[in-house]
Design a protein around this ligand. Sequence first.
Ligand code: TRP
Length: 344
Amino acid sequence: MTTLDANPAFTQRVFSGIKPSGGLTLGNYLGAIKPWVNMQGPDFETIYCVVDLHAITVWQDPKELRAATHEVVAAMIASGIDPDSSVVFNQSQVAAHAQLGWIFNCVARVGWMNRMTQFKDKAGKNAEQVSLGLYAYPALMAADILAYHATHVPVGEDQKQHVELTRDIAAKFNHDFGVDFFPKTNPVIEGPAMRVMNLRDGSKKMSKSGESDMERINMLDTAELIAKKFKKARTDPAALPDNLEDLKGRAEARNLVDIYAGLSGTTPEAVIAEYAGAGWGQFKPALADLAVAKLAPISDEMRRLMADPAELDQILGKGADKAEAISRPILDQVYDIVGLVRSR
Ligand code: TRP
């Protein structure tokens, strides 16, 4: 039996990844970056990765990919991820991801991949034309997580199936080689506004690719624009009720309450208790003020950081060194388990 004690000082290790995409939204902030900030501290060792190898499963303009990588790192640091206490790096710089990813391609079954709903959604009718990398993406994601023996993976609801696949791959590897090597990974899905919806249509996720800029808040929006977007956000004529139950069927109203809760670090219940009976003429300006107060310092700091890519690269480089130091010994053991001769 092979066991591992990579870092006994930490009992629990968090790994999560974010795709480098330009035009980060409030959804990225409340759904990923902010929960990551909150997981820092004595309970967890936190590893946060900009997954550039995942990004290229669909073609990326090289210049834009570089800029997007810098934008995401800037957003992480500006939002409070501390590169000295967390490990912050970009995936392509730590070879263990691709190396373990290949081994997992040989562990995962084609039938498993065929069940991945995200692949089906993304590939659609085009399944014959998309890249092989897009199909194998979940095996690379399993490698991201398991190269660090991570136990906790904060993700959105849409990634739960991939985390379950990670457990299946770990279990099959352990079984096939008769080892107890890879730990069980737990998805961590919590918090209000994990899923921020479109400001014009509460049934759709807020995304950077929607047709109108008015349907989303971008992390780099000015204070005026943020206020305007919330003022114009779609709602319904009714006032806010005094309990969440009564927000059923009022997707846009619920979304604004969730956003308020996410930004203020409270629960939707607390927000509804505070604003029971309030009309939109009262709630929307309060939400806009809150959003500006929270986001303006972050976007200012983002702009400062993005103006100095060399500083960002230095942060990423230090993070890659730390990530390498954790994942290299794990990968070495994987090679030994599998029977790959390590000649140097
Ligand atoms: N697939 C994730 C997404 O699209 C990003 C991701 C890649 C990730 N590797 C990961 C998330 C590992 C958590 C852990 O959002």
